[in-house]
Design a protein around this ligand. Structure first.
Ligand code: TYM
Length: 332
């Protein structure tokens, strides 16, 4: 079973990224190993330039993200952890696949619509972004793509693109399957719980970063929006409290029912401060390891080079098959 996932280096990583991303990466890394598969975790720096960005920031954030992936439990010996721009197959697959993806399909992508509305300059790259993502996944004969639900539409598009390529040019790609966490697949903003937690679309006070201090975390949960009533209940008409319950289950591994019954009749004050405490305990070990790893830039470069090497070797046969089947003259 091959696993592939990607995460953007720009924007500080938050609790949503942990719930839908980092946490699942570690679990699937272990699954891939038990089923004699390979796991690939890609820092998608090429995706990050589809909206306005600062070059200095991109460089720093790429190293930050590598350190964060390792700090949260990925093992660079077992998994290929690499930067997308180091493996040119991704840019090549992007062009080839853009010719089996329709304008209409891309126009329906809700993430494009949301992001385009927030930009003054809407780049062509932002529009074709899902094609680059499809190439990321398909190059590795991926079975499983661990992501949050906000990526579901992109994973479905990837399957459609793969099927179209296979039917036009012959069987080339496996059809990948998205894997979404049962709980915490979409963590919401603490201030505006109808919006997902995000560095681009959410609020600053409602976004809990993985590197936030204990005081910041306490403050953000203390001011989190709750709903009318006093019960700690996971319910559709209680988006604020439901989100806090989900965060608690992500932090402690408990079930929703266990959290509900523990706080039965206690009101929101105690509950919020205990969720904050659970999150602090979850994040502290990651923060400590992050700083240790991030401080050794030489070692980070060495590990990035090793990851790129593994990813190049794994993706090249599929890229070659794509060129071959589409009718390009190959020099050998
Ligand atoms: P990105 O960088 O926005 O997010 C990384 C991961 O975090 C998840 N996530 C969330 N999960 C739960 N609640 C939230 N509020 C939340 N916010 C983010 C995302 O679902 C994702 O799993 N397009 C992708 C990157 C990408 C990719 C790929 C992913 C590029 N190529 C190939 C998988 C496979 C993105 O921008 O993720």
């Amino acid at each position: 079973m091959n696993v592939f996932s990607g995460i953007q280096p720009t924007g500080a990583k938050h609790l949503g990224n942990y719930a839908g991303g980092f946490r699942q990466y570690v679990a699937t890394q272990d699954e891939a190993a038990t089923e004699a598969g390979e796991a690939f975790f890609c820092i998608v720096d090429l995706h990050s330039v589809s909206v306005e960005h600062d070059p200095v920031d991109l460089r720093e954030r790429t190293l930050d993200l590598f350190a964060m992936l390792v700090a949260t439990g990925l093992d660079p010996e077992r998994s290929a952890i690499f930067a997308q721009s180091h493996v040119t197959a991704h840019a090549e697959a992007n062009w080839l696949l853009s010719n089996v993806t329709s304008f209409g399909e891309l126009r329906r992508m809700t993430q494009f619509k949301d992001k385009a509305d927030a930009q003054e300059f809407v780049s062509a790259g932002l529009f074709t972004y899902p094609v680059l993502m499809a190439g990321d996944i398909l190059l590795y004969q991926t079975d499983v793509v661990p992501v949050g639900v906000d990526q579901r539409q992109h994973v479905e598009l990837t399957r459609n693109v793969a099927e179209r390529f296979n039917s036009r040019y012959g069987q080339t790609f496996k059809l990948p399957r998205g894997v979404y966490p049962e709980i915490g697949a979409k963590i919401m903003d603490l201030q505006e719980p109808e919006k997902k937690m995000s560095t681009t679309g959410g609020t600053e006070a409602g976004t809990v970063y993985i590197l936030d201090s204990a005081e910041e975390i306490q403050r953000k949960f203390k001011t989190a929006v709750t709903d009318s009533g006093r019960e700690v209940l996971h319910a559709e008409d209680k988006p604020g409290v439901s989100n806090l319950i989900e965060i608690m289950t992500v932090a402690t591994g408990e079930s929703i029912e266990a959290v509900q019954s523990r706080y039965d009749g206690q009101g929101y004050g105690t509950f919020k401060s205990e969720v904050a405490q659970a999150v602090i305990e979850l994040l502290q070990p990651f923060q400590q390891r992050f700083h240790e790893i991030r401080d050794d830039a030489g070692e980070l470069h060495r590990l990035l080079a090793a990851g790129a090497e593994k990813a190049r070797a794994a993706s090249q046969p599929t890229l070659d098959a794509m060129y071959e089947r589409m009718g390009f003259v190959r020099l050998s």
